[in-house]
Design a protein around this ligand. Structure first.
Ligand code: UFG
Length: 327
């Protein structure tokens, strides 16, 4: 297939683009490089453009005879979405509608969309099943939920085939250490902890150690970025016009913040001092996927099921690229 990967220069998008190309697809990354990195895209495969640039999107879809879109491009800082919701609704909702309408204009009817477990808000119960109510507790989660809804409506009315994949905590890096996580600012736990091991930070701050979890720190479901990528490809290959597919992408395993920090200590051999602070606003104590639907329906199995190999892959990337992509 000819596939346009929006956000293809970003963290998850770049891993998916590379895996798609390795699977024999023709891949074009569409990215405005606000958060993406030129160095994360295969040479000659980057179309530099914004989601809000409809003419450019339509031209790209036409010129490369695109059969399907994988849509990763979005802003994803939960805290910033609370203080500046306009920025999030504009980029994640208006931008995505611009992409969807460009697809309509050109007749592309297949899309795999990056959604998030943040669409559930405070979970009713853990592990979280897809049937749980979606009540986001921040604008970021709402922007993703709005698009899930729009896709369902477009699928029905215009006979699109779509998949909305609700990621839990994307983590890790490609096996060769050439692609990895490089956010500015960085807010995610694993890269922050590894920056301490690299001597770029003095300590990691643990947000809360008196939460209702076995060791008192937050529990998350860390899923390797290449496992996310392979699930996208499985979903893409199953898309048929008029069909919808919504599922969680996680491992079903919970890991606490303390367990992540301990794994980083073992793997890096660095003491990694930790300072305990109060909980971060809006952080649910535990978010773990019921990951059975994706396994059943996509025939997909995550290869990384524990935190150690995830951290090892991230550490390889951080050692090889202590300053990220260097742009
Ligand atoms: N944490 C710390 N110290 C830090 C950073 C994080 O203790 O310096 C903790 C957080 O409290 C949380 C866990 O580590 O319990 C993971 O935090 P991340 O910021 O890495 O990830 P989140 O679970 O907060 O957020 C991720 C994605 C969001 C997405 C969300 C869904 O980054 O985009 O999952 O809940 F919306």
């Amino acid at each position: 297939m000819n596939v346009l990967v929006s956000g293809g220069a970003g963290y998850v998008g770049s891993h998916a683009a590379r895996m798609l190309a390795n699977a024999g697809h023709e891949v074009w990354a569409y990215d405005n490089l606000v958060f993406g990195h030129r160095g994360a895209v295969a040479p000659g495969r980057l179309i530099e453009g914004d989601l809000l640039d409809r003419p450019k999107l339509e031209a790209a879809l036409k010129a490369h005879k695109i059969d399907a879109v994988m849509h990763f491009a979005a802003f994803a800082y939960v805290g910033e979405s609370v203080t500046d919701p306009g920025k999030y609704y504009h980029n994640n909702v208006v931008g995505t509608l611009s992409l969807m309408d460009a697809m309509r204009a050109v007749g592309v009817r297949r899309i795999v969309f990056s959604s998030t477990c943040a669409t559930y808000g405070e979970p009713e119960s853990v592990p979280i099943r897809e049937s749980q109510a979606q009540n986001p507790i921040n604008p970021y989660g709402y922007t993703k939920l709005v698009i899930e809804r729009a896709l369902a409506d477009y699928a029905k009315a215009y006979k699109w085939g779509y998949a909305a994949l609700r990621y839990f905590n994307a983590s890790g890096a490609s096996a060769d250490g050439d692609l990895g996580e490089d956010h500015d600012p960085e807010t995610h736990l694993i890269p922050l902890v590894l920056q301490v091991a690299l001597g770029q930070r003095e300590h990691i701050t643990i947000f809360g150690d008196k939460l209702p979890t076995p060791d008192g720190t937050c529990i998350r479901d860390y899923i390797h970025v290449d496992d996310l990528a392979s699930a996208h490809i499985s979903a893409l290959e199953r898309l048929e016009p008029g069909t919808e597919f919504k599922c969680n992408l996680g491992t079903g395993q919970g890991t606490s913040v303390k367990e992540v920090v301990d794994a980083c200590r073992r793997i890096t051999g660095h003491a990694i001092p930790a300072v305990i602070a109060g909980p971060r606003a809006g952080d649910p104590p535990a978010l773990v996927a019921d990951a059975s639907l994706a396994r059943r329906e996509l025939g997909w199995t995550p290869r990384f099921t524990s935190i150690a190999p995830i951290v090892e892959s991230a550490w390889r990337w951080h050692q090889k690229h202590p300053n990220g992509y260097g742009d």
